[in-house]
Design a binder for this molecule. Structure first.
Ligand code: GLU
Length: 311
């Protein structure tokens, strides 16, 4: 029997969705629904300062309005692989961290700047920090020693090169020590890092396909390294173009009129879905359509092979 296709959308509930988030959600949904797959909605609320339950509820409501339905997850967390909010999955991450420590490749790190960035998905435009190795032991692998003061857990990347084939970017090769550096698995304050959480969750939720923004392309290399160390099967990846404003910058809350609040005021779901589908080259500009109608003819080959699409 073929493995069932399982996709997911994994928003961070730090604000209202904008056109770029919705574009990613629609492409992920279309990719699985066009092949009869399942779709999971996971709430990535690892960052306690920025995540708010009301944002998570809004995201669910906006997806509902668009006609993007999910089989598992959401704020009510229905389904067999829960909990679906990362803030409720502490014990699960702790178990997998133990497994990674047992490889001898983890070490305690007391550097703070990277600590602060660790729970955020490291979008390329945020400026990636490659760790210089100040706390790295002289010899690795080495047994784990409990540090005397609170420390982050960092993973040695050991000169590894990771190659993978992305559905929209073809082949990608990343030399981890140069391009991402040793990375954090858990912050000194106990908060879990995005890279660990996303791998554990995608693996345990049976996700076979990750569709997300092109700014997370290099994170896939770190994630594939974690899959290998944990002996888990990595999903397929498709990094979709980022929607950019007229100046070519990724959309943010500063771009008026592109958040779901304004969009819902100004257009119907069919018009918005048609607009996004036209940006993806799936329909002609001006088409009004539902996600379910689009799913009948969706094909990855129609998407432009570019990291960014200007509005
Ligand atoms: N939660 C991440 C974000 O909001 C997405 C992570 C992913 O899709 O892997 O950017």
């Amino acid at each position: 029997m073929d493995t069932p296709i399982v996709g997911r959308f994994a928003p961070s509930p730090s604000g209202r969705m904008h056109l770029g988030n919705v574009f990613t959600a629609l492409m992920s949904w279309l990719s699985v629904r066009s092949r009869g797959g399942r779709w999971i909605l996971r709430i990535e609320d690892l960052d306690p300062q920025r995540s708010k339950p009301e944002h998570a509820r809004r995201i669910c409501d906006d997806l509902d309005w668009l006609g993007l339905d999910w089989d598992e997850g959401g704020v009510d967390g229905r389904g067999p692989n829960g909990p679906y909010c990362q803030s409720l999955r502490h014990d699960i991450y702790a178990r997998y961290l133990e497994r990674l420590r047992a490889t001898g490749l983890c070490y305690p790190c007391t550097c703070t700047r990277a600590d602060i960035l660790a729970t955020q998905a490291p979008h390329a435009s945020d400026g990636r920090v490659v760790y210089g190795g100040r706390c790295r032991p002289a010899v690795l692998p080495a047994p784990w020693h409990e540090p005397e003061r609170p420390a982050a857990v960092r993973l040695w990347t050991s000169g590894r090169t990771v190659s993978f084939t992305d559905r929209t970017y073809v082949k990608r090769t990343v030399r981890l020590d140069r391009e991402t550096g040793d990375f954090i698995l858990r912050r000194a304050d106990g908060a879990w890092a995005y890279q660990l959480a996303v791998v554990v969750d995608d693996a345990l939720m049976g996700v076979t396909e990750v569709v997300r923004g092109a700014d997370l392309l290099d994170s896939s290399a770190q994630q594939i390294y974690l899959y290998e160390l944990l002996g888990l099967q990595a999903p397929e990846y498709a990094h979709v173009p980022l929607i950019c404003n007229a100046e070519g910058h990724r959309l943010s809350k500063r771009d008026a009129g592109t958040d779901m609040e304004s969009l819902r005021r100004e257009m119907s779901p069919r018009r918005l879905v048609g607009h996004l589908a036209a940006l993806a080259g799936l329909v002609d500009p001006g088409t009004e359509i539902t996600p379910a109608e689009l799913a009948r003819s969706f094909s990855w080959s129609r998407l432009p092979a570019t990291p960014a699409i200007r509005l």
